[in-house]
Design a protein around this ligand. Structure first.
Ligand code: SF4
Length: 357
C-alpha cells in the first residue's frame, strides 16, 4: 500500500484544478512519438525532449527513443522527430539532410509565433521577444530572425532596450510565460512605443492562461498549492510563480515522492495542479500520498476542447500503414473510422500506457 502522509497532518481537502496537465500540443506530440516507436525499428531519434517532463522522457527512452540536443548526433538515415517546442530553421534543414524521415511535432501555437517573427522581421520591425534565455521554444523562435530580435527576460523587463526606429517595434512572446510578468512588459512597451505591434491578446497559449487562471482562483481557497511538473517546464514554473504572486505558499514537484511533509503542517486545503506536460497519473499519486480527510474536489474554471491532429508527414505514414494492413489482412468495414479518425478520442495517457506496458 502507498504510504500516506495526510494522517499525521491536518489536510482536510484537496482542490484539483481543471484544466490541468496535458494540453493539445503535448497530447499530439506524445501520440506522434508513440506512433514513431510503433512504425520504426529502434532507435528512433528525437531532437530535444519531446515535451519537458522527466517521466515522459524516461518512458520513451525505455522503448528505444534517443533524445539529442544536437541534430548532428542523429545518424545518417535514422528516423527523427522534432520536439513540440519548435526548432530553429537550421535544425529542420539539418534533420532533413541526414535523416531518412523527419516528423516535426511542433505545436501549431508555437508555429504561429514563428510565422509572426518572420512576417514582422520581413517588414523591417525590431522585435522584442519576451521569453526565457536558453529555453527550447525561445531558442527555436529567436533563430527565425536573429538579427531582428531582442530576447527580454520577463522578470527583468525592457531595461534600456533601444530599437532602431521607435515606430517599428513588435512585441512577441514565448507561449508559456506567467500572465503577470507578460503584462508588465506589455504595459511598459506600450507606454514607450505607442505604435507597438503585438498580438491582440498575447502569445500566451490557451493552455497557459487557463491553467494560470485556475491557480489564481485556487489561491483564494487554499493554504498551499502544489504544481506537478519538471524543473525545465516553463509553464509549470509559471504556475508556481502565479500562486506565489497571489500570496500562497507553492512548490513544484516532479512526483509524490518530492512532497515534504513539513509543507503540509497546519494546512487544511491544498490546491493541486500540473503543468501542460505532466501525466495525470502523477497527480493521482499525489492525492493518494496526501490522503486528505474529505477527499478531493474538482475546481473547474473552463472546458478545453482543443485538438491538434498528428503532424501531416506522420499522417501519411499512418494512412499508408493502415492501407497495407487492410489490404493484407482484413478489409475495414465502410462505416468504421481509421486510425486517424480515432486519433481525436485516443489520449496521450493511453499512448503512454501502450509504450509502458
Ligand atoms: S503549452 Fe501551449 S504552446 Fe505549448 S504545447 Fe501546449 S498548447 Fe502548445
Amino acid at each position: 500500500m502507498t504510504p500516506t502522509i495526510g494522517d499525521a497532518m491536518s489536510v482536510q481537502r484537496v482542490l484539483l484544478a481543471e484544466p490541468r496537465g496535458f494540453c493539445a500540443g503535448v497530447e499530439m506530440a506524445i501520440k506522434a512519438l508513440t506512433w514513431m516507436t510503433r512504425i520504426f525499428e529502434p532507435p528512433v531519434y528525437c531532437y530535444h525532449e519531446i515535451v519537458h517532463n522527466e517521466w515522459v522522457v524516461r518512458a520513451f527512452e525505455k522503448v528505444g527513443v534517443i533524445f539529442v540536443d544536437d541534430i548532428d548526433e542523429v545518424p545518417e538515415g535514422a528516423p527523427v522527430m522534432l520536439s513540440a517546442h519548435g526548432s530553429a530553421p537550421e535544425v529542420v534543414a539539418g534533420a532533413s539532410e541526414r535523416a531518412a524521415v523527419v516528423i516535426d511535432a511542433v505545436c501549431p501555437l508555437v508555429t504561429k509565433v514563428h510565422h509572426e517573427v518572420k512576417k514582422m522581421s520581413s517588414k523591417g520591425y525590431d522585435i522584442i521577444y519576451v521569453g526565457h534565455q536558453g529555453h527550447d521554444e525561445a531558442v527555436g523562435t529567436v533563430a527565425e530572425a536573429p538579427d531582428s530580435i531582442t530576447l527580454v527576460e520577463p522578470e527583468q523587463g525592457l531595461g534600456d532596450y533601444r530599437p532602431s526606429d521607435d515606430s517599428k517595434v513588435a512585441l512577441l512572446a514565448q507561449t508559456t510565460l506567467g500572465m503577470y510578468e507578460w503584462q508588465k512588459v506589455m504595459d511598459d512597451a506600450s507606454a514607450r512605443f505607442p505604435d507597438l505591434a503585438t498580438a491582440r491578446k498575447s502569445d500566451l497559449c490557451y493552455a497557459t492562461t487557463n491553467r494560470q487562471e485556475a491557480v489564481g482562483q485556487l489561491s483564494d481557497e487554499c493554504d498551499l498549492i502544489l504544481v506537478v511538473g519538471s524543473h525545465n517546464s516553463s509553464n509549470t514554473q509559471a504556475l508556481v510563480r502565479v500562486a506565489k504572486e497571489n500570496g500562497v505558499e507553492s512548490y513544484r514537484i516532479d512526483s509524490a515522492d518530492d512532497i515534504d511533509s513539513a509543507w503540509l503542517e497546519g494546512k487544511t486545503v491544498v490546491g493541486l495542479t500540473a503543468g501542460a506536460s505532466a501525466p495525470d497519473h502523477l497527480i493521482e499519486e499525489v492525492i493518494d500520498r496526501i490522503d486528505p480527510e474529505q477527499g478531493f474536489e474538482l475546481w473547474k474554471v473552463t472546458e478545453e476542447e482543443e485538438y491538434f491532429p498528428l503532424p501531416p508527414q506522420l499522417r501519411q505514414f499512418v494512412t499508408t500503414l493502415q492501407n497495407l494492413v487492410e489490404a493484407g489482412v482484413t478489409a475495414k468495414q465502410p462505416a468504421e473510422g481509421g486510425y486517424l479518425e480515432r486519433d481525436r478520442t485516443w489520449t496521450a495517457s493511453e499512448a503512454l500506457k501502450l509504450i509502458s506496458a
